[in-house]
Design a protein around this ligand. Structure first.
Ligand code: MG
Length: 213
């Protein structure tokens, strides 16, 4: 098990952080960041299986740059954020889209669509000095076909801004993961699919979609 996965106390997931993704789901572009949490029981590491739960009929991939916290952060300013970050990981925020839409329509919290076992897929740890946070190319493929291809320069709120915002009210601890939102191109995954995420030339991870036995 990766060190950060072992130490993590929470996963903070940003919503609607790319304008084209907000548009593809019919959402407004936010004027301030927003987030939700996943429990650490969601983690699945590269090479592992993502469970297709019986409760959904539309399991989606959301390719996201993960930021791994290195030092405790409470009320940290933008300028100081990166000095508290230990690394990155290429990740998938797995989402039961039909359940999420239902929760939104019924004005209920959407945990049931986001927080299930194996629904935070993480790739290898990448040391903070290996990437420039606001210029990271990311690709997600399903069975070898490119579904999402984006660059973090298109984020509405960059990594320092997101983490400054979170830490005004929630303390981030070493090992915690911030998923920084998905670009456009989210879509379905089915049982038997192989889903691959990559930061070209730096990191790659694959996951298999399996039924809930
Ligand atoms: Mg997401």
């Amino acid at each position: 098990m990766k060190d950060f996965v072992k130490r993590s106390t929470k996963i903070v997931c940003m919503g609607r952080n790319y304008a084209k993704h907000a548009a593809e789901l019919g959402n407004e572009v936010p004027t301030m960041p927003f987030y939700f949490l996943k429990p650490t029981t969601c983690y699945v590491e590269d090479g592992g299986n993502i469970i297709y739960p019986k409760i959904t009929k539309n399991l989606h991939h959301e390719l996201e740059l993960g930021v791994i916290i290195g030092k405790k952060m409470t009320k940290v300013s933008k300028e100081d954020v990166m000095a508290h970050v230990s690394g990155f990981s290429v990740t998938i925020d797995v989402t039961c889209r039909d359940l999420q839409e239902q929760c939104k329509a019924e004005r209920k919290p959407w945990s049931i669509s986001k927080c299930l076992d194996t629904h935070c897929a993480v790739g290898p740890f990448i040391s903070v000095d290996k990437l420039v946070h606001n210029n990271v190319e990311m690709i997600l493929k399903v069975n070898g076909e490119v579904k999402q291809h984006a660059n973090t320069k298109d984020m509405l709120f960059d990594v320092p801004a997101l983490i400054e915002f979170i830490t005004q009210h929630i303390t981030l601890l070493p090992g915690d993961l911030v998923q920084t939102g998905t670009p456009e191109g989210v879509g379905p995954m089915n049982v038997g699919d192989i889903v691959t995420v990559a930061i070209p030339g730096v990191s790659e991870a694959s996951f298999k979609i399996v039924g809930d036995e």
